[in-house]
Design a protein around this ligand. Structure first.
Ligand SMILES: *[C@@H]1O[C@H](CO)[C@@H](O)[C@H](O)[C@H]1NC(C)=O
Ligand SMILES: *[C@@H]1O[C@H](CO)[C@@H](O)[C@H](O)[C@H]1NC(C)=O
Ligand SMILES: *[C@@H]1O[C@H](CO)[C@@H](O)[C@H](O)[C@H]1NC(C)=O
Length: 419
């Protein structure tokens, strides 16, 4: 933040230092207005399936994530490729188009390494300048920006999109990792607390692997309350910030979280991610099964005891997008992922939308609307993702272009699809 703004915000705080004067005032009316947004995936955190060309251009098939992108390449080569990507993948034009599409939020994934790289960690930095630009662009186009810490030291899930692909995550197994993560959250809030009208929310950790059991979940729950202090009380006193903490359900059912951080807390929201292609059962669904499962989420979202966003979801219904399951791996849907049998052919399901059939695009429109209707029973939705190099089924931009996403997200063709 420019120093002058920082000083002005300190002055304002000083003048209003009577405890009861400041009350929590989030930068968006989460209780009464629906969040409608899109993720800026694959920009400040690389994902092989979103930008396969960046990985192909390395000529090294052992480069599977951002960690190995730094580890197995000459520093200057890797830095130049990243800078070129940061400068071109998302620009202010994208923010303008997102606002023009009637959306009100963007969620921006960023890795811990943008803030502090530890000894022996091969990550390349430089992302913070683009975070600054993104905040300015969001402000220019009246969009709310969620800062989403997508990768933590040691990896919180072992996914390539945490920065470091590994068979079992290690973030939770060493308190130093957890403390470093919370320190980064303190850095982030100190950068954006006064800009809460543009950055109303910080998500202190994306998708921790709760499916790995209590050794992960116990650390996650402690971290949600510790990072709450960092985000909601950054001034080290009883004075609240206006910034909301967005915790994630760690892949547990919503009922698991009933009552968690409700009494005695405010300004906490829950993030849940809903996909229907990462289990064998779901990827085999026919169109009507996909739609009815989407509709089925509405009631638990409506009943949840805090603001709840579906912070990732997609009208894609297969895992056919090249490298969606990791670089050099295939898909469940067509049986090319080892250990799977085919449900169908991936031809015409992903890639360029000019190859999508009319019937498939009509299904995508219905499935998109079913999800929007269902997720707006909660506090709203943020689709994954704005653009992808070679997977139009995942691209909000392509959906707008080819018609399975309406230009105005409230303009539904199938308003009764969920009955
Ligand atoms: C935890 O991580 C820190 C920093 O990477 C390291 O110095 C320390 O040895 C680790 N502790 C354990 C118990 O592995
Ligand atoms: C979809 O699958 C369900 C469950 O097997 C079946 O009842 C239904 O008839 C199928 N729908 C279509 C359109 O094939
Ligand atoms: C359309 O599909 C065919 C058959 O799979 C493929 O060869 C072609 O490259 C695709 N075209 C586009 C534009 O994706």
């Amino acid at each position: 933040m420019p120093l002058l703004n920082r000083l002005l915000s300190l002055v304002v705080l000083g003048l209003s230092a009577v405890p009861s004067v400041l009350s929590f005032q989030p930068g968006f009316n989460y209780g009464s207005e629906k969040v409608r947004g899109v993720n800026l995936g694959g920009w400040l955190v690389l994902e092989p399936w979103i930008t396969p060309s960046i990985f192909q251009n390395t000529g090294n098939s052992d480069i599977v994530d951002e960690w190995t992108f730094g580890e197995y390449q000459d520093y200057n080569t890797a830095l130049a490729a990243l800078q070129n990507h940061w400068n071109s993948w998302i620009t202010e034009d994208d923010f303008e188009a997102i606002a023009a599409a009637g959306l009100n939020h963007v969620r921006l994934p960023i890795g811990y390494w943008a803030f502090a790289v530890g000894p022996g960690e091969p990550y390349i930095t430089g992302q913070l300048d683009y975070l600054d630009k993104a905040i300015t662009w969001a402000s220019n186009h009246n969009l709310k920006l969620i800062i989403d810490l997508h990768g933590a030291p040691g990896s919180q899930n072992g996914f390539d999109n945490s920065g470091q692909k590994m068979s079992y995550p290690t973030w939770q197994s060493n308190q130093t990792n957890v403390d470093r993560t919370n320190d980064i959250i303190k850095t982030i809030i100190s950068m954006v607390d006064s800009e809460y009208e543009t950055v109303p929310i910080i998500a202190p950790l994306n998708e921790p692997a709760g499916f790995d059991g209590d050794q992960m979940l116990s650390v996650v729950k402690q971290y949600w309350t510790d990072s709450y202090q960092s985000i909601r009380y950054p001034y080290g006193s009883s004075t609240e910030s206006n910034t909301v903490e967005l915790i994630h359900d760690a892949f547990q059912s919503l009922s698991y979280w009933d009552g968690f951080m409700v009494d005695g807390y405010d300004g906490v929201a829950m993030d849940t991610h809903i996909y229907q292609m990462f289990t064998y059962e779901q990827v085999a669904y026919n169109y009507s099964q996909h739609i009815s499962e989407a509709c089925s989420h509405g009631s638990s979202l409506a009943d949840f005891d805090m603001w709840i966003f579906v912070g990732e979801w997609t009208p894609a219904s297969t895992d056919c997008a090249t490298w969606l399951n990791g670089r050099n791996t295939g898909a469940r849907y067509d049986g090319t992922l080892s250990g799977t049998t085919a449900d169908g052919s991936c031809t015409g399901k992903t890639g360029d939308a000019t190859n999508f059939s009319t019937e498939y695009k009509q299904f995508m429109r219905q499935y998109w609307e079913a999800q929007v209707i269902s997720y707006e029973k909660g506090s709203g939705w943020i689709q994954w993702t704005w653009k992808a190099e070679n997977a139009d089924d995942w691209s909000y931009q392509a959906g707008l272009q080819y018609g399975w996403i309406p230009q105005d997200p409230t303009n539904l063709e199938y308003p009764n699809i969920c009955g």
